[in-house]
Design a protein around this ligand. Structure first.
Ligand code: ADP
Length: 438
């Protein structure tokens, strides 16, 4: 028998024993009265302990566990031990949570935990500042009620958050935030915001500087170019040295002119206030004209083919698309030795419009491919210069591609040739123009 039962049964056993002795000494009536009173006293004692337990259960957090003797004493001691242990664990958890809160508050980034239906579960002080939240007031509110920018709402509704969103003017006009969402657990999201106002300012200064310098260089360059051409055309110029020098000057000013034009194009594309002016672009017509331009640049040294497997038109900016397509065709001509083949292709792959230029040229080693769209990145500097390259062509292509939500794919094998493809999203296909073409 367990200790509990020993402790529980000993008092009734003694009451019964005394009642039995009383029976022997004074007869059955006093014995029965003693037995009844003894058990009544026990029942009252149990009820009092039960009442004490009940009243403790009303507020276990602040009251201390009742005390008792006998069987109740043991139960209360064990209960007390358990409560103490639980309080200790709770305090440890609260301390750990407090530590975490302090750590996340010290983060240089805003953090918001979003639960079901993007409701705010928790946020740190920096997030309060970034989105104008109040942790106490707004917990449980949908974040889109408080941060209402359409691009933010759209970003939140997307289900892939690989790229951060640049958000302007959330609270103050000049505040620029980089916002990133991370999905985790069961339908939860972590919203991380970073103040990039300063970086944006520096970036804008850099862009403005390049744009201004390029713009300022344009006029002197035009003047020098004009004079060089005039001098070059002078029939009285007999000195061979001078003629050769003028020819070199003409080449270099022409190169500088190209460089300035490419820099200005890049500045325009990078300008965040320059929104995409969309037209319906007749890609087939544009590619026929680019084929002719490619042939003129090649001067008959390459076989340039145009394969129009689709008659789709694109919704986009005609000038920007022309400049990107032309860059790829020009590169194919410049990096393909005479006698090589170049194929310009317009097709649909998996329902997506794709423009590609395939050449049988010098190709590119795999380690260079990820860096090709960086400004002034050249695999072979001398070849790029010899063929009149500025090192900015593919950077321009990348910007145009991004502005059209397309992607640039490059496959290449050294010595065998390259294929540059621009894959447009399905939504860029223009149904209206398609009917027109048909
Ligand atoms: P560049 O004016 O030097 O051609 P781009 O930005 O157009 O500058 O191209 C960057 C580099 O990528 C080039 O210098 C060249 O090394 C490489 N490249 C671009 N297109 C081709 C191609 N079709 N075949 C081989 N290399 C290429």
């Amino acid at each position: 028998m367990s200790a509990f039962w020993w402790r529980a049964l000993v008092p009734p056993f003694f009451i019964a024993l005394i009642a039995l002795l009383l029976w022997g000494v004074s007869g059955p009536l006093p014995a029965a009265i003693f037995l009844a009173l003894g058990f009544l006293a026990r029942v009252i004692l149990h009820l009092r302990r039960l009442a004490a337990l009940d009243s403790w259960l009303d507020d276990p957090a602040t009251r201390s566990v009742p005390e008792g003797s006998g069987v109740w004493g043991e139960v209360f001691v064990r209960l007390n031990r358990m409560v103490r242990q639980q309080r200790k664990e709770r305090e440890q958890r609260i301390a750990a949570l407090h530590d975490m809160e302090q750590a996340t508050s010290a983060l240089p980034e805003g953090v918001v935990i979003l639960g079901d239906a993007d409701r705010i579960e928790w946020c740190n002080p920096l997030a309060e500042l970034h989105f104008g939240l109040d942790a106490k007031r707004d917990t449980g509110q949908q974040i889109t009620y408080l941060a209402r920018q359409p691009e933010f709402v759209q970003y939140l509704n997307m289900h892939h958050f690989s790229e951060p969103l640049i958000l302007r003017g959330t609270r103050q006009e000049d505040l620029v935030l980089s916002v990133k969402l991370i999905s985790y657990g069961d339908n939860k999201k972590l919203l991380i915001s970073r103040d990039i106002t300063h970086m944006e300012r520096i970036e804008t200064m850099r862009r403005d500087f390049v744009a201004n310098v390029s713009h300022e260089l344009r006029t002197p360059l035009t003047v020098v170019n004009g004079f060089v051409e005039t001098l070059n055309d002078m029939p009285s110029l007999e000195n061979d040295m001078a003629r050769r020098a003028l020819q070199l000057m003409a080449e270099q000013t022409y190169r500088m002119d190209h460089l300035v034009n490419d820099l200005l194009t890049l500045s325009r594309l990078e300008n965040s206030f320059n929104t995409l002016q969309e037209d319906t672009v007749d890609v087939c017509g544009m590619l026929r004209s680019l084929q002719r331009e490619g042939e003129s640049l090649s001067g008959g040294r390459h076989n340039i083919r145009l394969e129009l497997e689709s008659d789709s038109s694109l919704c986009g900016n005609a000038d920007e698309l022309r400049s990107a397509f032309a860059n790829l065709v020009t590169n194919a001509v410049r990096y393909t030795p005479p006698g090589g083949e170049i194929v310009m292709r317009w097709q649909e792959l998996d329902g997506q419009p794709v423009f590609s230029v395939q050449d049988s040229g010098i190709g590119i080693a795999p380690q260079h491919i990820p860096r090709l769209t960086e400004r002034f990145y050249r695999v072979d500097r001398s070849r790029s210069r010899e063929t009149g390259g500025t090192g900015l062509g593919l950077a321009i292509v990348k910007h145009v591609v991004n502005r059209h939500q397309a992607r640039l794919e490059v496959t290449s094998e050294e010595g065998r040739g390259s294929t540059f493809s621009i894959v447009f999203p399905d939504k860029r296909r223009c149904p209206l123009a398609q009917e027109q073409v048909a």
